[in-house]
Design a protein around this ligand. Structure first.
Ligand code: ATP
Length: 363
């Protein structure tokens, strides 16, 4: 029987509630499949670790993760620690350390979920946003001088390498090709950013030559926000820089009904290192510890994790269970206007996974 080593990092806030729920779901799926096992190991890194040790994760933390098949991450963020420390000290350390250069964010309107887009039916919105995850605006290059003086200067320099742009565009074209519509929108801002974004456009054109079967277009990032709202059906797969896709994917999550539903994968397509899967929401300290967090974003991230491992049957079973649960309004959490708890939603997903396949198909 196959066995997968999976690291879980709950992190901060509601990450500590949704990741254990995800771990339960993965164990149930493995047990049910009878053909694979999951060996879960939890790492208690994040804000509490920082208070005890002065760092978000131990210096040799990446070595502890290196041999894993995948990572399930919760969130990093703590109101008592500056955001740039929580972000750079844990999540980005893992993404950059393991060269997880493709951040993949599927968006769909799940059954039973209302989109704030009035004229948008569920079938009208089925997107995947690919975000460059290791360089660009979040490369971490820059600095400050004359701190505290009137002449203080601060820079965040966006770094785009031809190799980095090529590999993310190639990944996006490949992903677009694997989807039924075979359609890609390359988001740019080359009208205003006239160096790196012009190279981005040039590379897009070059890479597109290897994908004659993929229909593609270019859209300025500002125009893209309007297109997502006004013409959602005109979009399928999208690729954008680190900053642009960060913003567009939060908009996408909101248009699909709630931040609490949206999943993401930080992927090393070459599989040299473990890839990391996580809900896109943050630590949400306002609801932490109350059992109110929506675990669906984490469960959907588990679907992506299973697909990445090649366990497509288990991934399909979990996605069907998720859709059956979101279709039942009595199982909606507060972010969706309901009163269900994390535990109730988790129990309902597990109950559906455990239903015999025939009953599941009919449900
Ligand atoms: P961070 O600073 O860690 O990025 P945040 O608390 O500022 O996180 P988010 O967690 O991204 O912001 O979400 C904003 C708000 O949306 C939260 O304060 C919370 O009320 C709500 N929310 C987010 N995720 C969920 C969820 N899974 N379930 C229920 N509500 C959620």
């Amino acid at each position: 029987m196959k066995s997968y080593a999976i690291a879980t990092i709950p992190g901060d806030g509601i990450g500590k509630e949704v990741v254990p729920a995800g771990a339960r779901v993965l164990q149930t799926l493995a047990h049910n499949s009878g053909r694979f096992r999951v060996e879960l190991e939890e790492f208690g890194w994040g804000g509490d670790w920082y208070r005890a040790h002065g760092v978000m994760m131990p210096p040799d933390g990446l070595d502890a993760l290196r041999g894993k098949d995948a990572i399930l991450f919760g969130s990093a963020g703590d109101p008592r620690i500056p955001d740039h420390i929580t972000l750079w000290g844990l999540r980005l350390k893992i993404c950059q350390g393991f060269d997880q250069y493709a951040n993949v964010r599927p968006t769909r309107i799940l059954p039973g979920i209302h989109s704030p887009l009035k004229r948008c039916a569920a079938k009208d919105l089925d997107w995947v946003i690919v975000r460059e995850n290791t360089e660009g605006e979040y490369a971490g290059v820059g600095g400050r001088a004359h701190q505290g003086h009137a002449i203080e200067v601060a820079t965040d320099v966006s770094i785009m390498t031809r190799a980095g742009v090529q590999r993310i565009l190639r990944f996006a074209f490949q992903l677009a090709r694997s989807r039924p519509r075979k359609q890609l929108t390359v988001v740019t801002k080359s009208n205003a950013q006239r160096h790196a974004m012009v190279m981005w456009d040039e590379v897009a054109l070059q890479v597109s030559n290897d994908f004659p079967d993929v229909r593609w277009d270019k859209e300025l990032v500002d125009a893209m926000t309007a297109r997502m709202v006004n013409r959602p059906t005109s979009i399928d797969t999208v690729v954008a820089t680190n900053l642009h896709a960060d913003i567009l994917s939060d908009l996408a999550a909101a248009l699909a009904g709630s931040l609490g539903l949206a999943p993401t994968g930080n992927i090393d397509p070459e599989r040299r290192y473990p890839s990391m899967f996580e809900p896109i929401h943050g630590s949400a300290f306002d609801i932490m510890g109350k059992g109110l967090a929506n675990p669906i974003g984490t469960f959907w991230s588990c679907v992506m994790l299973l697909e990445h491992l090649g366990e497509t049957d288990a991934a399909r079973t979990l996605m069907a269970a998720i859709e059956s649960v979101t279709a039942d309004r009595s199982l909606h959490t507060g972010d969706l206007g309901g009163t269900a708890t994390t535990q109730q939603v988790t129990d309902a997903v597990i109950e559906r996974i455990q239903r015999p396949a025939v009953a599941r198909a009919a449900a």
